[in-house]
Design a protein around this ligand. Structure first.
Ligand SMILES: [Ca+2]
Length: 290
């Protein structure tokens, strides 16, 4: 016997074994599938075979001959006790044993919160009220930011200067803050050399953007509203802390518009620029004037 014939003989033998295994698998497969959730007294051609299989899959029924439970007894009557077990097991199957299937379902699908909790907006944070950010005062009380006074006609009906974050992490600003000259410092609201007169208020942590946000003001003298990124920026050597809401240009008596301003709060998924540094806000002004 040479090597070649030996090899062929071995191959044939293995081929025969493989064939037997394959045939056995073909025969066993449907038996296995049926056996998992079928009862001896519920053949696959039984009118309610699929329904009874579903009941078994869902754990609603276990069988009628414990502990073997190889039969379902499809023609037997159901006792009140058995009905109790069926109903309770079904409630358990849909996660509603506590009687609140909709909430249980939502909680599982929406990160442990109900739809109602997710869609409820937080209350407005009103600038200048207790526990909320205060209005800027120019640093030396030379530039006092407020809401429009009652003498401001229609603008007195505007939203108070305020903000909130929606359930999707978008921050919304509102209001028409007004700057007025104050008695301290140099006594006038002006853009000057420092940025302190430009500050309206500062957003708290969690409400600040990842990058500088730039919005058009409804007041052409002010030109732009800016929101300083979470990490802060340096303008002309002066640090502006993260979350500062300010204007590009100011003179006493001017108002700007925050209604409709939205931006994404910094956090996971936000893309960050390098920490910005400007020689002055005049750079921005020049860019938009050019
Ligand atoms: Ca000033």
């Amino acid at each position: 016997m040479d090597d070649k014939s030996f090899t062929i003989r071995v191959s044939k033998r293995w081929a025969r074994i493989a064939l037997i295994v394959a045939v056995a698998a073909l025969i066993a497969a449907p038996l296995t599938a049926i056996a998992s959730h079928s009862f001896n007294d519920v053949p696959s051609n039984h009118t309610f075979h699929d329904d009874i299989s579903w009941l078994a899959d869902a754990g609603v029924t276990k069988g009628c001959n414990p502990p073997a439970n190889t039969e379902f007894c499809p023609e037997d009557n159901v006792t009140r006790g058995q009905m109790g077990a069926f109903i309770r097991r079904f409630a358990q199957y849909i996660g509603a044993e506590d009687g609140t299937p909709a909430q249980a379902d939502n909680a599982a699908r929406l990160g442990g919160k109900t739809l109602n909790q997710i869609m409820t907006l937080e209350a407005n944070h009103v600038v200048g009220t207790s526990g909320q950010p205060s209005f800027g005062n120019g640093g030396q009380n030379d530039c006092r930011w407020t809401n429009p006074p009652s003498s401001a006609g229609l603008l007195a009906e505007a939203n108070p200067t305020s903000f909130y974050k929606d359930p999707f992490g978008i921050v919304h600003l509102a209001g028409v803050p007004v700057a007025n000259d104050g008695p301290g410092g140099d006594g006038i609201c002006d853009s000057g050399t420092d940025a302190s007169d430009l500050r309206i208020f500062q957003l708290p942590a969690g409400y600040r953007p990842q990058n500088l946000e730039v919005f058009t003001s409804g007041n052409t003298d002010i030109q732009l509203n800016l929101v300083i990124p979470n990490g802060g920026v340096t303008v002309g050597g002066e640090p502006l802390p993260g979350g500062t809401v300010l204007v590009l240009n100011i003179s006493g008596g001017n108002a700007t518009t925050l209604d409709g301003i939205t931006f994404r709060a910094a956090g996971a998924g936000s893309s960050a620029q390098d920490a910005p540094e400007f020689d002055s806000l005049q750079e921005l002004l020049d860019f938009f004037d050019s």
